[in-house]
Design a protein around this ligand. Structure first.
Ligand code: SF4
Length: 419
């Protein structure tokens, strides 16, 4: 028997992290991915070989698609008033839009995979505004890059080579040699080890340091700084001398042990826009998490923590769906997307809740679901749109085809729901 001849699909988009690298060269042979060229180690792991189960189960027994969808509708109807639609990773924005429409139909709350920490950044942005930019702008303009308590090498491996600090940019023709890399480590949250100007702070110094930096940038007289903070004067000067400054922080769960970090960095970025031009770049994990916020914003006017129980969308960050689930206030939940990519505390909050899961590898869910429908993975088998960490939407060119579409399955669920 001859081995299958590999074919190559170019310009595939990786959802392994929020960088959404769209230059992946995927080689396919015999219906399996055999190589993901240009992908980093996380991307190679995210693509895998592209194999997924294709089951439809109700109470653990095989079911037809129609039977499984009818069971999901019954579960959501029974839970009306105490229902949750959970947006898990690895769904296209087309699928997310239909999931939000289902929540609207059944009067459910909507919550998602990064609501805990990402919501902190969203709320800070709502209070203060935000000076942001696209990654293309950072690549082409930023001559000073400050990584604050994060090293993208670990969770966003190609951020440096594609956007900052390594590539050549239109206004930075010398690439890395033309950029100054500043790195502030906070306790165990390390900045890149090759920073041109490294600085290490103790966690209890961080909030004061952010306030002092802002004051120094604005030229406010501070008096004498404590010895541990005196290097901030040099750091502030280097920031002010930049033609375009990019400040980078990690916006994902586990990354922000100081809840005031994001607010302090937003304020510092805004202050820097007086003497120079600056933008804050927030690193986000993969699976189209930013897309969930974009879809909710255009569908409801709110980026997260939405509830349709009143018959119209309301916004309640303090009583969002996963918080209510942890309090025992949710009777039934529809998880849309990859259950395996949900945070452990969200899985724990949903234990004891009646659950239907529709998404990639749903049948491998540890949640003990009443209904399970395996579907395609966004970007691997399903076309559509996903949002990069800078909120730029990108098209998905799946290298494999022929799996049950998540977006189409949700459209069928919605079409059969009582009006
Ligand atoms: S950096 Fe992120 S998006 Fe790019 S290949 Fe690696 S995991 Fe995929």
């Amino acid at each position: 028997m001859t081995a299958p001849v590999p074919t190559t699909v170019s310009a595939v988009t990786c959802l392994g992290c929020g960088c959404l690298c769209d230059d992946i060269e995927v080689r396919v042979a015999g219906g399996r991915i055999v190589e993901a060229g240009n992908a980093c180690r996380l991307g190679v792991r995210w693509f895998g070989d592209g194999s997924t189960p294709e089951l439809a189960l109700v109470q653990g027994a095989r079911a037809t698609l129609d039977g499984a969808l009818a069971a999901v509708r019954r579960l959501l109807t029974d839970a009306q008033g105490a229902a949750l639609v959970y947006l898990a990773p690895d769904a296209t924005s087309e699928a997310q839009r239909r999931a939000v429409a289902i929540a609207d139909r059944y009067g459910a709350a909507v919550d998602g995979a990064t609501s805990d920490v990402a919501l902190g950044g969203i709320l800070a942005g709502q209070r203060r505004g935000r000076a942001a930019s696209t990654l293309g702008e950072i690549r082409n303009r930023a001559d000073v890059v400050l990584f604050w308590a994060c090293d993208p090498a670990e969770r966003y491996p190609r951020y440096r080579s594609r956007y900052a600090v390594d590539p050549v940019g239109a206004q930075v023709p010398a690439g890395r040699a033309g950029r100054t890399l500043l790195g502030v480590s906070v306790g165990a949250a390390r900045a890149p080890s090759d920073a041109d100007v490294p600085l290490t702070l103790a966690p209890e110094q961080e909030t004061a340091a952010l306030g002092a930096l802002r004051a120094l940038v604005l030229g406010t007289a501070l008096g004498e700084l404590p010895p541990a903070l005196t290097p901030l004067a040099d750091l502030a000067e280097r920031l002010k001398r930049g033609r375009y400054v990019a400040l980078v922080l990690d916006g994902e769960p586990g990354a922000q042990d100081n809840p005031s970090r994001v607010e302090g960095l937003i304020a510092l970025t805004q202050a820097l826009n007086t003497p120079t031009r600056a933008a804050l770049s927030t690193l986000r994990a993969g699976g189209n998490r930013s897309g969930a916020e974009a879809v909710l914003s255009w569908q409801t006017g709110y980026p997260a923590a939405v509830d349709f129980a009143a018959g119209y969308p309301t916004y309640g960050p303090e009583r969002r769906g996963i918080v209510r689930a942890a309090r025992g206030e949710i009777a039934g939940a529809l998880v849309v997307g990859s259950v395996a990519a949900m945070p452990a505390d969200h899985l724990a909050a949903l234990r004891g809740v009646r659950i239907a899961a529709i998404g990639p590898r749903a049948s491998a869910s540890p949640l003990g679901c009443e209904v399970v429908l395996d579907t395609a993975i966004a970007g691997i088998h399903e076309a559509g749109t996903a949002y990069r960490l800078d909120d730029v939407p990108l098209p998905l060119r799946p290298p494999l085809r022929g799996r049950r579409s998540l977006a189409d399955t949700l459209a069928m669920l919605l079409a059969g729901a009582a009006q």
